[in-house]
Each structure stands twice: as C-alpha cells, then as structure tokens.
Ligand binder design. Structure first.
Ligand SMILES: NC(=O)c1ccc[n+]([C@@H]2O[C@H](COP(=O)([O-])OP(=O)(O)OC[C@H]3O[C@@H](n4cnc5c(N)ncnc54)[C@H](O)[C@@H]3O)[C@@H](O)[C@H]2O)c1
Length: 329
C-alpha cells in the first residue's frame, strides 16, 4: 500500500482524499491548518490528521503528497518535499509566477521522484480519444481552433468570495482558476501557446473584483486559437472545435463525447464515452498518479507542460492589464 499525505483539505483536497482512498491502493492522511475543517475530515474519512505539514513530517512517514493549498504555496511546499525525496502531485495552476520554477526543476532532477500536475482534463476519455485521433495526423495540420466554455460559478462554488478565487496573488480570477484548464488541455492537443492577446473583465460575480469573463485571441505555433469563457453564464458548457486541413474535431466536455467530420462528410460522427461522475475522474487521476509513483507511464500533465500553461496564465494577465499582445518565449 502506498502512503499518501493530502496537504490542504478544502474543496479539492477533500475530493482527492476521498478519491485516493477509493483506489484501494493507498493509505491516506490529511493535513490542514484549519482546525475545524480538519476535525470534520477526521470524522468523515477516519484518517490520521495533522494541523501542519511540519507536524505531519515529524510524526509520520509518507511516500507521496498531494498539494491542494492555494496556488501561491504550491511551489515552496513541492520543493521542500522533493528535497525529502517524496513523490509530488500538485494541484493546478502550478504557481502564480515563475520565481521558484528553476529551483523546483533542480529539485526534481536531484530527487528522481515522480512529479505531476493535477490538470484533470488529461483523464477525460472524450479528450484522450480526440487526442489519439489527432495524433494519427489523418486530418493534416491544425489551422484554427475555438473554445467556448463557462458555467455559473456561484452555483458550483458558493464560497468563491471567501477563498483564493477572490485574489490574483493567491491564484484567483477566471484566467488562473478556470481558463487555465482549457488552455492546458488545448496545448496538450495541439501544442503550446506562443502568443496571447487577452481581453478580460469583471462582469458579474458579486463580492469580487477579479475577472470572471475572458476573451483571448492566441496563436499556438501556426494555429490561430480563440478562447471565450465566462463564469456567470447559466449553461454549464464547454466546447472545443479544432479545424484542420482535411476535417474537424469537436470535443463537447459537458456531453462527454468527441466528434469527427472529414472533408466530404455530411455530418459529425460522434464518439460517446461511458458516463463519468466528477469523482470518477479524480479516482482515475489518483490511479494514474499511483501508476507514476510505481514507475509506469501516465497521461498526467507533466511539470514542464504545467510550466508552459503557467506562462500562458501570466501572459494573459499581462495582456489584459496592458492591452498589448504578449509573445510567449
Ligand atoms: N482540479 C480542479 O478541478 C480544482 C478545483 C478546485 C480547486 N483547484 C485548485 O486546488 C487548490 C485548492 O483549491 P480549493 O478550492 O480546495 O481551496 P480551499 O480554499 O477550499 O482549500 C484550501 C485549503 O488549504 C488549506 N491550507 C492553506 N495553507 C495551508 C498550509 N500551509 N498547510 C496546510 N493546509 C493549508 C486551507 O486551510 C484550506 O482548507 C487551488 O490551487 C485551486 O486552483 C483545482
């Protein structure tokens, strides 16, 4: 059995804890600095709990950690634990800036431990299916793509005003919190973003000032890509259309399916994947992380892929602030 410590047991940390438990492949412990929350976690999941990371490390031994604190703490914690030679799984976004990226890269090289970033779209079968097909190259080069996504964030995360989401410096706002998932998976499908022009505004969500609405005109190498995202719209929808030389691929995440249309076809051919509840994706992700710890190949987002998406996040924020297009080196 693997031994896993979940650090930060708020909304997503609790889900990771539950889903790692459900793999049946590990014993899980929990760490959070919020005492009342920790008591609930202890009661609900019957796991050992620790009120600080230092206490957890002093009192017990772990093989791997899942870092689920707000994003400004991801890299300091990851570096500390890699230097103790633990395997590390980091929630998205990787960080809020690239200050500690070189240091983490060095720690990874020295520790020789498995490191991945929890961009959970990598575990969605409808995305994996589309990616496998795109990799065949049958449709030729990707020339253009457009993504339309959004949901009513207050419905899904009523506490949004009181958490990291309210502040950019904690990893908040629509770019770092939500669009980052879409951009990361688009990069995984068609290659890294190389240029960003971003228009973003606070349009609707009460009690915060960060952007809840984002329009991006980007380049991913030779491909032109547009992203439109809102966090106030009523429909919870997420579509990515990828137009290639000889046909198109469409991914409809809310319908858990991907489609294909070749030049000359009259209609889409859809590939429906088996229905997954949200926890199912996180159980699949937990299993993939444990596979990685065991030295097996996984589809999880790598550290370097997450560094690239962090560059996008920063470029988009800078572009929105300055009104200029930003080239990503
Ligand atoms: N993959 C996803 O779908 C998804 C969804 C939500 C959030 N996230 C990401 O996960 C991270 C956490 O988000 P959340 O929504 O769970 O936030 P949250 O505020 O609900 O939980 C964060 C928890 O971390 C704890 N914490 C803070 N500092 C700590 C420390 N030094 N040691 C131990 N615990 C500490 C807090 O007490 C809190 O309970 C963020 O980076 C966020 O972007 C990912």
């Amino acid at each position: 059995m693997h031994s896993i410590l979940v650090i930060g047991c708020g909304s997503i940390g609790e889900r990771h804890l539950r889903c790692f438990q459900k793999t049946g492949r590990c014993v899980v412990s929990a760490c959070d600095t919020h005492g009342a929350l920790l008591a609930v976690i202890e009661e609900r999941y019957k796991v050992p709990v620790f009120s600080s990371l230092d206490m957890a490390l002093a009192e017990s031994r772990f093989e791997a950690v899942v870092i689920c604190t707000p994003a400004h703490l991801h890299l300091p914690i990851a570096i500390k634990l890699l230097n103790l030679r633990l395997h590390v799984f980091i929630e998205k976004p990787l960080a809020i800036d690239n200050a500690l990226v070189p240091q983490l890269r060095e720690s990874i090289a020295k520790a020789e431990r498995f490191v991945a970033v929890a961009y959970v779209y990598h575990l969605m079968p409808w995305i994996v299916g589309a990616r496998e097909f795109l990799k065949t190259g049958e449709l030729g080069k990707v020339l253009q793509a457009s993504s339309i996504s959004g949901q009513h964030f207050p419905t899904f995360r009523p506490a949004y005003r009181d958490i990291y989401y309210a502040r950019h410096e904690l990893g908040g706002g629509g770019i770092q919190d939500a669009l980052t998932h879409i951009v990361n998976v688009t990069e995984w499908l068609i290659g890294p973003c190389t240029r960003v022009f971003c228009d973003a505004a606070h349009q609707s969500l009460e009690g915060v000032n960060v952007e809840d609405t984002v329009n991006v005109s980007a380049r991913h190498g030779e491909a032109l890509v547009s992203y439109a995202m809102t966090q106030f719209q009523v429909p919870n929808e997420n579509t990515l259309l990828i137009n290639c030389e000889y046909g198109s691929v469409k991914i409809k995440t809310n319908h858990q399916r991907w489609g294909l249309i070749r030049m000359g076809d009259k209609d889409w051919t859809w590939h429906q994947t088996p229905t997954m509840e949200r926890d199912d994706m996180f159980i699949a992700q937990a299993n993939a992380f444990l596979d990685g710890v065991e030295g097996k190949d996984t589809l999880l987002c790598t550290f370097e892929e997450a560094v690239q998406t962090l560059k996008f996040n920063q470029a988009a924020l800078r572009s929105a602030a300055t009104g200029s297009a930003i080239v990503i080196e």
